[in-house]
Design a protein around this ligand. Structure first.
Ligand code: UFG
Length: 342
């Protein structure tokens, strides 16, 4: 029997490459389109190595509608996942138009082409950033969305709105938006992981690069927040677990289980971890000493947010499985593999 195929837009990136592995291991074929603006083609070679699968890889920009159209003309698939977006919060403040243009044009092209070519199922990468600074923890999908604190965050909010309205009109299509909390870690093979360009802006890549001696010292941005240890709290979700949530979303749509044609799920562990806790745990599980200092607060940071993942657990049938220890170990293994550290 011919396998179901999934188009993975931005499949060479951090979350995209892990999702390709999980899709293939769940029995799907994948086709990847990527413009390599923040990824490397070699990631797909590594996915091929992990899975033994053949993966068509098309270099194209999803904002280029004619190039994107060719992918629809050539390949048969019923489902697509949209990872092809820019994601640096700070850069989005400096270059808002780049973020609005990239993130919204690629999504609108994808919706148009899926509608035109009768490809019904779409998974969208949303973010807990849509909740802003929540008044109550943990956040459920009913927690009100708030005004975005960056152009990047706003593209996620606007994308959700575009999808909600498009799905009202295109009743033969379905979308699941996954609101990711903070993805970290790497594949247990250490063959794929996060590849930040330049100085990492996110916590765990900065931690692993500091441990590897590439950065001198980790700055912990603020220890005077109204939290138990004064540092910010996040819900760190393992990237392999996160990848599996996409498989669950695709299964749900292809098996006709969706209860509405636009659905939203929080994808987190339900556990809030502070920056200091994470830094200490990283040292403990990897048996090393991390050079870190307390630094001033970073502008725009949310104090605390963690997920109520009940809806994903019960309705989507997905649950975070890897422990924070395993995830932090995998993050360090990946950094060591990249740097050739024994
Ligand atoms: N942090 C440090 N030092 C660093 C880097 C980060 O202390 O060098 C702290 C931050 O202040 C924050 C926490 O670690 O308290 C996590 O920071 P990240 O930059 O890793 O993640 P954010 O929660 O700021 O942002 C992430 C994603 C965004 C997304 C957002 C949703 O990177 O894409 O979650 O809340 F929008």
């Amino acid at each position: 029997m011919k396998k179901e195929c999934v188009l993975v837009c931005g499949g060479a990136g951090y979350i995209g490459s892990h999702t390709c592995v999980e899709l293939i291991q769940a029995g799907y074929d994948v086709v990847v389109v990527d413009n390599f603006s923040n990824s490397e083609p070699s990631a797909i070679d590594h996915v091929r190595r992990i899975t033994g699968a053949e993966i068509p890889l098309i270099e194209a920009d999803c904002c280029d509608r004619e190039a994107f159209r060719k992918v629809f003309e050539k390949y048969e698939f019923n489902s697509a996942i949209h990872f092809a977006a820019s994601k640096a919060v700070g850069e989005s403040v400096q270059k808002p138009m780049l973020y609005y243009r990239n993130n919204l044009t690629s999504l609108m092209n994808l919706i148009d082409l899926m509608h035109e070519f009768n490809r019904p199922n779409l998974v969208f990468s949303s973010s807990c950033t849509v909740y802003g600074e929540p008044k109550k923890q943990p956040v459920t999908e009913q927690t009100p969305r708030q005004e975005a604190t960056s152009p990047y965050g706003n593209t996620k909010k606007i994308s959700e709105d575009i999808l909600r309205d498009a799905m009202k009109a295109y009743t033969d299509m379905k979308t699941i938006a996954l609101r990711y909390f903070n993805p970290i870690g790497a594949h247990p093979s250490a063959l794929i992981g996060e590849l930040p360009r330049g100085v990492p802006q996110n916590l765990v890549p900065y931690v692993t690069q500091t441990a590897a001696g590439i950065r001198e010292c980790l700055s912990i941005f603020g220890d005077d927040y109204p939290t138990p240890d004064g540092s910010c709290i996040r819900d760190y979700i393992d990237v392999v677990d996160l990848a599996k949530a996409h498989v669950a979303a695709i299964n749900r749509m292809t098996q006709g289980k969706s209860e509405a044609n636009f659905e939203v799920f929080n994808i987190g562990t339900g556990r809030g971890v502070s920056v200091l806790e994470l830094a200490n745990k990283f040292q403990q599980v990897n048996h090393l000493k991390l050079n870190y200092k307390i630094a001033p607060r970073r502008e725009g940071d949310i104090i605390a947010i963690w997920a109520d993942p009940t809806r994903a657990n019960t309705v989507l049938g997905w649950k975070a499985e890897r422990t924070l220890d395993e995830t932090l170990e995998s993050a360090w293994n990946w950094e060591k593999h990249l740097r050739g550290i024994e």
